[in-house]
Design a protein around this ligand. Structure first.
Ligand SMILES: Cc1cc2nc3c(=O)[nH]c(=O)nc-3n(C[C@H](O)[C@H](O)[C@H](O)COP(=O)(O)O)c2cc1C
Length: 243
């Protein structure tokens, strides 16, 4: 019997997902699915499990929906979206996230303390603060230390302040992608956007200066005319290599 069941597998979701710029205004949109898919997005891999991200839901009923849509340069993907999701990076929350990891580790190993706990404690108690702390000239100092260490052994080179920023955005983007696939799995469409006024969006969301907008995602049931043309990708052999 099982072979008769039409299963939607992962690759169907990947193939079926498109950036959709015009969303249906009529049919019921289940906003709870956005919540469910964001909860799935928090399971995305992320650098050092620091989870330096936040997700702001702006449903069509929110007073912020129209102003934020306008700040997305009035793109249809935003104005017709039934809900917007703003993916925010919170590099500034590193201390509380490191502390959360530390207390989780202590709780996990409380009955069997040992080498693993010590390693984890050193990671979140020593290495992470070194990477994330901000002092004058610290970024350059880290780079110089890493360079000297690299003379003797392989060394992570991405230690500057801008490297940390990239790292936090990488993790947020993985959560964004997880969210978009989850939405597709639930029968909904999305459009990721970076065309927006980040300064004004941050102000509207009452975010601190140190927070950054990773992307804004329009959500809804896509209309066929919301898909602008056939999908185009360069040939696989231009981007996939085996060495
Ligand atoms: C980081 C990022 C920013 C994007 N910004 C916009 C945008 O502002 N407006 C838009 O219409 N599409 C935007 N897109 C969607 C891309 O144009 C789209 O993913 C690409 O053309 C491939 O099409 P597909 O997603 O349908 O496969 C963005 C995509 C990404 C990943």
């Amino acid at each position: 019997m099982r072979e008769n069941i039409q299963e939607i597998g992962f690759f169907d979701i990947v193939q079926g997902r498109r950036s959709v710029r015009i969303f249906d205004q009529v049919t019921l949109f289940d906003h709870q699915i956005v919540q469910k898919c964001l909860e799935a997005a928090t399971l995305a891999p992320n650098s050092s499990n620091m989870q330096l991200w936040e997700f702001y839901r702006i449903p069509e009923t929110s007073m912020l929906k129209d102003p934020i849509s306008r700040l997305c340069m009035n793109q249809k993907a935003a104005t017709t979206a039934r809900e917007l999701v703003v993916i925010v990076t919170r590099r500034d929350k590193w201390k509380s996230r490191a502390a959360a990891n530390l207390s989780y580790i202590r709780e996990t190993y409380k009955n069997s303390p040992g080498k693993k706990q010590k390693q984890a404690e050193a990671y979140y108690g020593n290495l992470i603060p070194k990477l994330y702390s901000k002092y004058p000239l610290w970024s350059l100092t880290k780079q110089i230390i890493a360079w000297f260490m690299s003379l003797k052994r392989p060394m992570v080179r991405e230690v500057t302040e801008s490297d940390v920023r990239v790292s936090v955005h990488k993790s947020a983007a993985l959560a964004a992608m997880t969210f978009m696939y989850a939405m597709k799995a639930e029968g909904y469409d999305t459009c990721p956007m970076e065309g927006f006024d980040s300064v004004r969006v941050k102000k509207l969301l009452d975010l601190p200066k140190s927070a950054e907008i990773n992307m804004i995602i329009g959500c809804g049931k896509g209309l066929p005319e919301g898909v602008y043309g056939k999908r185009f990708r360069v040939a696989n052999d231009e981007v996939i290599f085996e060495k």
